[in-house]
Design a protein around this ligand. Structure first.
Ligand SMILES: Nc1ncnc2c1ncn2[C@@H]1O[C@H](COP(=O)(O)OP(=O)(O)OP(=O)(O)O)[C@@H](O)[C@H]1O
Ligand SMILES: [Mg+2]
Length: 140
């Protein structure tokens, strides 16, 4: 699935619903599904709030791909970018004092892999991967 959404706050919900529909065929349990939805919401909400700084005409691209053993979700913006990634990853670290700074912590906790590439002024790409339920069973 590849979606392009404008950077308006209402589209955070649209992204979450679309990804949930995309993974409906996978037999994730309810809590896995919730985790995926939260991770997507956090990534898209970051693109809207921080990447495009509330400007509504930015484009956020969201791709979701099912591989043999994992679900991959990529959220990409061409916004402001992140100057100091290490600092941004610190839980409770936010460039906005009104925020909790927990978005990346949720993405990292809820997904099996989180990979962020960002360049100041160029934008941000967030890649997240979660094992499919079958892949989880195979390991345990
Ligand atoms: N897409 C992005 N573009 C630019 N900066 C970003 C982006 N995503 C995250 N950041 C930066 O990384 C910081 C940490 O992000 P994180 O989601 O963990 O916390 P937050 O968004 O500040 O707070 P919360 O997610 O709890 O509302 C942000 O404060 C912001 O400075
Ligand atoms: Mg956030």
């Amino acid at each position: 699935m590849k979606l392009e959404l404008l950077s308006i706050p209402g589209n955070v919900r649209l992204a979450r619903v679309a990804v949930a529909a995309f993974v409906a065929e996978v037999d994730y349990n309810v809590s896995d599904l919730e985790e995926i939805k939260v991770a997507v919401s956090e990534a898209v909400s970051n693109a809207v709030t921080h990447g495009y700084q509330q400007k509504p005409d930015g484009v956020i691209s969201i791709t979701a791909t099912l591989f043999a053993k994992s679900l991959e979700i990529v959220v990409q913006d061409q916004g402001k970018g992140i100057e100091d990634l290490e600092q941004a990853f610190e839980p409770t670290e936010s460039s906005d004092p009104e925020r909790m700074g927990l978005g990346f912590a949720f993405m990292r906790t809820f997904m099996d892999e989180l990979n962020v590439v960002s360049e100041s002024g160029q934008g941000t790409t967030v890649l997240m991967r979660k094992k499919l339920p079958g892949a989880l069973q195979a390991e345990s």
